[in-house]
Ligand binder design. Structure first.
Ligand SMILES: Nc1nc2c(ncn2[C@@H]2O[C@H](COP(=O)(O)OP(=O)(O)OP(=O)(O)O)[C@@H](O)[C@H]2O)c(=O)[nH]1
Ligand SMILES: [Mg+2]
Length: 389
């Protein structure tokens, strides 16, 4: 999950850090090659303790003193004077500034190369164009205004990228929290909570509903599954299989029956059995199929869901945004669940889908087992795509 993107971002960060470190070391290497003496360590340490400006001067003097002492030892006064001047100049060089001030500002060319590498990596990893631009714009401003600790360039760069990434992940678009919604409804006695799931064929809807049933059951919240996919062969048995495995009741009809009526029965069952949540499965449908889209409208009209959730495969990349936009023309979608993140080396849709659709991601499916479910947190993505240091 995110492996490819992580590799590319890590390599871009390593690249700019290496380049900057070489810049910092360059003046030092030149001086060393010229056979100059290093300052006496105790004087340099003292310089580090003073204020920045004073420190530069003190360190210059340290170098100068070292040269003067050496030259004087050889009775060469002219050389001693020249050595002192050179040493003071050297002390004011970038290397000393970065060492004493311990801060490095990146130059414009390095920033531009770095941002270009990140931009290509993100676009090729299925992050949507607009989201990539937003991220790059924020990072660009940050990199031009920040000074980095010369001793921890890598950490500083990772932090800057992380903050910019969290900026696009923290969309705060009227986010709903499924557990919060369910708990609040139970508290207010507004049960059963009806949750309608829809999405394209094979996206992982039925498996995800089983995972959510498992999660709710583990949290002590009762639920019933509605086997409202009356269309695909073996769909009813599949829902039944999962419900039995997880240990929750399932309401089913016969193949070809009206899916809305099965869902209606499931809600009635929940009411009469004081069950808190109804999870309504539906047949997979493409956003372009008008008949199936009007069928989902009917299910929605009859069940009056408290939340309608789109389930899509994260591996579908930017296509998911199009699917959601099309579905949204017919039914209001309140949340997104992305499945099969474990199979998605790119992971770009997880980064941008919420930003470009304005609909929050609620969960990720990360495998086939019932507990392969992760509640969405922006930090989860940032941790997964960025190196530790
Ligand atoms: N690796 C992985 N496989 C998953 C995940 N979620 C579902 N699957 C697998 O994807 C396949 C399809 O899952 P279903 O739950 O049947 O998908 P669906 O959307 O209900 O399919 P239809 O009802 O036919 O539209 C199954 O083999 C699941 O085991 C996931 O997060 N990771
Ligand atoms: Mg299904």
């Amino acid at each position: 999950m995110f492996d490819e993107l992580k590799k590319r971002l890590s390599s871009a960060i390593k690249g700019i850090v290496r380049k900057e470190e070489e810049e910092i070391e360059k003046p030092l290497k030149k001086e060393d090659d010229a056979g100059r003496e290093a300052p006496k360590q105790d004087k340099v340490d003292a310089a580090h303790d003073s204020h920045a400006e004073d420190a530069i001067e003190a360190e210059g003097t340290a170098y100068a003193d070292a040269h003067e002492e050496n030259a004087a030892a050889g009775h060469r006064p002219e050389q001693a004077r020249k050595g002192k001047e050179d040493a003071i100049r050297f002390a004011l060089s970038t290397r000393i500034k970065s060492k004493v001030l311990r801060s490095v500002a990146l130059n414009n060319d390095d920033i531009a190369h770095f941002l270009e590498a990140l931009q290509v990596s993100m676009l090729e990893s299925d992050v949507a164009y607009d989201t990539t631009e937003k991220f790059i714009g924020t990072l660009d401003r940050k990199l031009h205004s920040l000074k980095f600790d010369s001793n921890n360039l890598s950490g500083g760069m990772i932090d800057a990228v992380r903050e910019s990434l969290l900026g696009v992940l923290n969309t705060d678009k009227g986010s709903i929290n499924l557990n919060g919604l369910i708990n609040a409804s139970i508290k207010e006695g507004k049960t059963p909570v009806r949750i309608l799931f829809l999405g394209p064929n094979g996206a992982g809807k039925t498996t995800m509903i089983a995972k959510l049933a498992h999660m709710l059951k583990s949290n002590g919240i009762s639920c019933v599954m509605s086997a409202s996919d009356t269309f695909r062969a073996a769909a009813i048995e599949q829902t039944e299989f999962h419900a039995n495995k997880v240990g929750v009741p399932v309401i089913k009809g016969s193949y070809g029956a009206d899916p809305a009526s099965v869902a209606f029965d499931a809600i009635a069952y929940a009411k009469s059995h004081r069950i808190s949540v109804v999870l309504i499965d539906t047949a997979g449908r493409q956003e372009t199929n008008k008949n199936l889209i009007s069928e989902i409208q009917k299910i929605s009209r009859i069940t009056k869901p408290d939340a309608t959730i789109f389930i899509g495969e994260s591996t579908s990349g930017n296509r998911i945004a199009e699917q959601i936009k099309e579905f949204s023309k017919s039914v209001k979608i309140d949340g997104i669940i992305l499945t099969k993140l474990d199979c998605d080396a790119k992971g770009g849709s997880a980064i941008s889908i919420s930003d470009i659709t304005g609909i929050p991601i609620l969960f990720f499916g990360t495998g086939e087992s019932y507990d392969a479910l992760v509640e969405y947190r922006p930090e989860f993505i940032a941790d997964a795509v960025l190196p530790n240091n």
